[in-house]
Design a protein around this ligand. Structure first.
Ligand code: PLP
Length: 424
C-alpha cells in the first residue's frame, strides 16, 4: 500500500460483518473462561488482552497503522509524546548509562533528559547536530546506549542528518532513536535512512485537530540486540520480573523492543492513552496524507511572504532555498518538510510582542502543528526554563517567533501577518 492508502486502511482489517471503523474497546478488562487461559497471557505465551494498562485492541490498531506508515515492525501508543520519548530511551538506558542527544530538540525532551533522567543516574551528552566527525566520535563512551535526534527540530527547524548519525551509532553498536513529530511519515521515514526507533508526539500533525495529547514508539525491527548483547542486558538476558523471559530471544529483532517497553514500562509506569483518544487519533491519521501537503504549501507561501517583508529580519524555513538546511531537507523530505516557520522581526523582543498582540487569524497558543494557524514566542513560553546560552545552543534566539501555519486559506493567513507587521 502507498502511504495515502495506509493512512486509511492500515492497522485494522474488519472481518465479514464487522464494523468498518476501528471499534472503541473502552474496557479496562477482558474475560477468560479458565485461569489457565489467562495465565498464558501473563507469561506472554499467548497473544491476547487482559488489562488495558498493558494492551488494548483499539490502541493496538492505531499503533499498527503508524508502524505501517513508518515502515516498522511493531509500535505502541503512549499517553503523550513525553512518555514516548522517555520510554524509548529508558527501555535501553538505566542508572550508570550514557546517552548522546542532539542539542537541537524539543524543549520538553531536553528538560526530560537534562534534569529528570539525570536524576535517575543517566548521563547525557548534548551534541550540536552539525558537529564535526571528531566531535561526534568523541561523544561515544563505553556505556553509551543510544543516540537521539529530531528529524526537524521543534522549534529550531534544524534538519537532522539521520544517515550520518545512524552510521555513527551503528559503528558503536547502539541504535539511533529519531523523534519524527514534525516531518510525520508522510514527509520522512527515518527508518529508510537508518534510524532504529522512531518516536512521535501524536498530539501534533497526526492528531492534527487539537483534540488529544498522545505519543507513539515504532521499532524498525532492524537492530540486532543479540549482536550487542553485553550492552543491552535488559533485552538479552532473562527478565526476572517477567518469569525469566529473554525478550530478544523470544520476540526476535522485530518484536523485542516494543514487547519489553509494554511488559515492563507500561506495566510499571502506566502512561497509556485511553481507547477513546486512540480512536480520535485515528481520525486524524486518516487525513494526514491530505493535510501535510497543504501545511507545506501554505507554509512555503507564508515563509516567502515574510522573507520579502521589510520589517522581518530573518526567516527560518527548510523549504526556502536560502535556508541553511534546504539541501538536507531536499534529501530527506523531497515532498516538503512541515508547516512550522520561525522568524524574527526587526526591533527585537518588543516588536515581536507588538506583532503577536495584533494577530487575528493566527492564535497565540503553545501548540504547533495542527489545522489551526498558531503563533508563539518560545523564549517566554516553551523554552523559558533555558538560559540564554542554552537557548542559543538549541537554536532558539530570544527574539524568535514560531509560526505554525495551518490549513486555512493562505490569503487569510498572509493578510493577517501583513496587518500585524504594519502595527510595528
Ligand atoms: C510536542 C512535542 C513533544 C512532546 O509531546 P507531548 O505530546 O506534548 O507530550 C515531543 N517532541 C516533539 C518534537 C514535540 O513537538
Amino acid at each position: 500500500m502507498k502511504k495515502e492508502t495506509k493512512c486509511i486502511q492500515a492497522g485494522y482489517v474488519p472481518g465479514n460483518g464487522q464494523p468498518r471503523m476501528i471499534p472503541i474497546i473502552q474496557s479496562t478488562t477482558f474475560k477468560y473462561d479458565t485461569s489457565e487461559d489467562m495465565g498464558k497471557l501473563f507469561d506472554l505465551e499467548a497473544e491476547g488482552y487482559f488489562y488495558t494498562r498493558l494492551q488494548n485492541p483499539t490502541n493496538d490498531y492505531v499503533a499498527a497503522k503508524i508502524a505501517a506508515l513508518e515502515g516498522g515492525t511493531a509500535g505502541m501508543l503512549t499517553s503523550s509524546g513525553q512518555a514516548a520519548t522517555f520510554y524509548s530511551v529508558f527501555n535501553l538506558a538505566g542508572c550508570g548509562d550514557h546517552v548522546i542527544a542532539s542539542s537541537a530538540i524539543y524543549g520538553g525532551s531536553y528538560n526530560l533528559f537534562n534534569v529528570t533522567m539525570r536524576r535517575m543516574g543517566i548521563d547525557f551528552t548534548f551534541l550540536d547536530p552539525d558537529c564535526s566527525d571528531e566531535e561526534l566520535e568523541a561523544a561515544f563512551k563505553p556505556n553509551t546506549k543510544c543516540v537521539f535526534g529530531e528529524t526537524i527540530a521543534n522549534p529550531a527547524l534544524i534538519v537532522f542528518d539521520i544517515e550520518r548519525f545512524a552510521k555513527a551509532a551503528h559503528e558503536h553498536g547502539v541504535p539511533l532513536i529519531v523523534d519524527n513529530t514534525f516531518a510525520t511519515p508522510i514527509n520522512c521515514r527515518p527508518i529508510e535512512w537508518g534510524a532504529d526507533i522512531v518516536t512521535h508526539s501524536t498530539t501534533k500533525y497526526m492528531d492534527g485537530h487539537d483534540a488529544t495529547v498522545g505519543g507513539c514508539i515504532i521499532d524498525s525491527g532492524k537492530f540486532d540486540w543479540m549482536a550487542h548483547a553485553d550492552k543491552f542486558p535488559g533485552l538479552t538476558t532473562p527478565d526476572e520480573s517477567y518469569h525469566g523471559i529473554t525478550y530478544a530471544e523470544r520476540f526476535g529483532k522485530e518484536g523485542a523492543f516494543i514487547t519489553k517497553a509494554t511488559a515492563q514500562l507500561m506495566r510499571d509506569l502506566g502512561a497509556i492513552p485511553s481507547p477513546m483518544n486512540a480512536y480520535l487519533l485515528n481520525l486524524g491519521l486518516e487525513s494526514l496524507a491530505v493535510r501535510m501537503p497543504r501545511h507545506c504549501e501554505n507554509a512555503q507561501k507564508a515563509a516567502e511572504f515574510l522573507q520579502a517583508h521589510e520589517k522581518v529580519n530573518h526567516v527560518i524555513y527548510p523549504g526556502l532555498p536560502t535556508d541553511k538546511y534546504y539541501e538536507r531537507a531536499k534529501k530527506y523530505m523531497p515532498e516538503g518538510t512541515c508547516g512550522v516557520i520561525s522568524f524574527s522581526v526587526k526591533g527585537g523582543r518588543k516588536a515581536a510582542e507588538t506583532f503577536m498582540a495584533h494577530l487575528k487569524v493566527a492564535m497565540i497558543a503553545t501548540h504547533v502543528a495542527d489545522a489551526h494557524t498558531c503563533v508563539l514566542h518560545p523564549a517566554s513560553s516553551t523554552h523559558r526554563q533555558m538560559s540564554d546560552e542554552e537557548l542559543v545552543a538549541a537554536g532558539v534566539g530570544p527574539d524568535m517567533i514560531r509560526l505554525s501555519v495551518g490549513i486555512e486559506n493562505i490569503d487569510d493567513i498572509i493578510d493577517d501577518l501583513k496587518q500585524a507587521l504594519d502595527q510595528i
